[in-house]
Write a protein that binds this ligand. Structure first.
Ligand code: ZN
Ligand code: ZN
Ligand code: ZN
Length: 183
């Protein structure tokens, strides 16, 4: 194990869209990331018994993190994007955690992994902790902190009205003013 107190920088930043797709055969929900300029909604393709159709796009970006001190590279292939998800649903676990952390001025961001036929590909706690470190290294933590949690805490993704963060400048902890359903 390295003794380095890693100091993370974003690298390999890729802007694009999270595409939500739905299968009208098995009713499954899937996601993928595309760097296309403007993914077309309604686009369909067949995969075995499944007929996937694009139902929603959300602007997002992906990145890896690299330590500027020791050069260690942590790949985030499994990260589809980061999302503000607070107050969408009264009993949402994300909202419950946020309410509990508010007194400590800690703000939550949700790390979104990929979905395939409703199966969620989870991001490891190890990687969530690295993301949390990254964001806290960039702010005055005596004023406020960030905590990155897994999208697994959102029970019903189809009910979530979270906002994907689509550029680095949006990483302020202020809640978004406008909410619309994800898909
Ligand atoms: Zn390091
Ligand atoms: Zn299907
Ligand atoms: Zn939500």
């Amino acid at each position: 194990m390295s003794a380095c107190q890693h100091r993370w920088e974003m690298t390999s930043i890729q802007f694009g869209f999270v595409v939500f797709e739905k299968c009208f055969h098995c009713n499954g929900l899937g996601t993928y990331f595309t760097a296309e300029d403007n993914p077309i909604l309604g686009d369909k393709y067949r995969d075995g018994d499944c007929f996937w159709s694009r139902v929603e796009n959300a602007q997002s970006f992906r990145f890896d993190l690299e330590c500027i001190k020791c050069g260690h590279l942590e790949k985030f292939d499994d990260l589809m994007g980061l999302m503000h998800c607070t107050g969408c649903l009264p009993d949402c676990e994300v909202e419950i955690q946020q309410a509990g952390l508010e007194a400590e001025r800690t703000w939550i961001l949700v790390a979104f992994g990929f979905l395939h036929k409703d199966q969620r590909k989870l991001i490891s706690q190890y990687k969530l902790d690295i993301l949390t470190d990254y964001f806290n290294q960039r702010r005055d933590t005596s004023r406020s902190r960030m905590k990155i949690i897994s999208f697994d805490l959102i029970k019903d993704l189809s009910m979530c009205r979270g906002d994907f963060i689509h550029d680095v400048g949006m990483l302020s902890p202020e809640p978004p003013t406008e909410r619309k359903p994800l898909f």
